[in-house]
Design a protein around this ligand. Structure first.
Ligand SMILES: COc1ccc(S(=O)(=O)[C@H](CC(=O)O)C(F)F)cc1
Ligand SMILES: [Zn+2]
Ligand SMILES: [Zn+2]
Length: 158
């Protein structure tokens, strides 16, 4: 059915596994945290980072074949993908480490891409609104702070 599923809880955990070598670990940590905070502000969700256990959203950087049915494709093309809410791989967000990940406007901006992927991790599909965070294509000029994500109420995402 085309009804996307949702997490059945408000506290969602995440854990960052393999890192990219494009950025310091601390920079990756803060960009991931900022990308999640976009959704925390637009919903009643809170995100808690785990360091040792498996979390709802496992974040990792990998290349080509990486253990799921969606191998990456080298530089450009697919930048990242994320699975909708659910057990196991559900919610996980994978980033293609054959891209150049940056905190600025060069390469691909990790904050922008992560904010989009976490939308998928929360069950959102693409938006046709070019201003939306969930617009299907990457545009380096888009900054999530002025592109309104959906809002989340007890009725779900709107
Ligand atoms: C703005 O954020 C993104 C836009 C496009 C992509 S993507 O080109 O990797 C897209 C994956 C996606 O929509 O999440 C493609 F289908 F692979 C990722 C993040
Ligand atoms: Zn994957
Ligand atoms: Zn997408």
């Amino acid at each position: 059915n085309n009804r996307v599923n949702r997490w059945n809880k408000n506290v969602i955990t995440y854990n960052i596994g393999r890192y990219t070598s494009d950025l310091p670990h601390s920079t990756v940590d803060s960009l991931i945290e900022s990308a999640l905070s976009v959704w925390a502000r637009a919903s009643t969700l809170t995100f808690v980072r785990l360091r040792t256990q498996r979390a709802d959203i496992m974040v990792e950087f990998s290349t080509f074949e990486h253990g799921d049915a969606y191998p990456f494709d080298g530089s450009k093309g697919t930048l990242a993908h994320a699975f909708g809410p659910g057990e196991g791989i559900g919610g996980d967000a994978h980033f293609d480490d054959d891209e150049t990940w940056t905190a600025g406007s060069k390469g691909f901006n990790l904050y922008l891409v992560a904010a989009h992927e976490f939308g998928h991790s929360l069950g959102l599909r693409h938006s046709q609104n070019p201003e939306s965070l969930m617009y299907p294509t990457y545009k380096s000029s888009r900054s999530p702070k002025n592109s309104q994500p959906y809002y989340y109420s007890r009725h779900g995402w709107n």
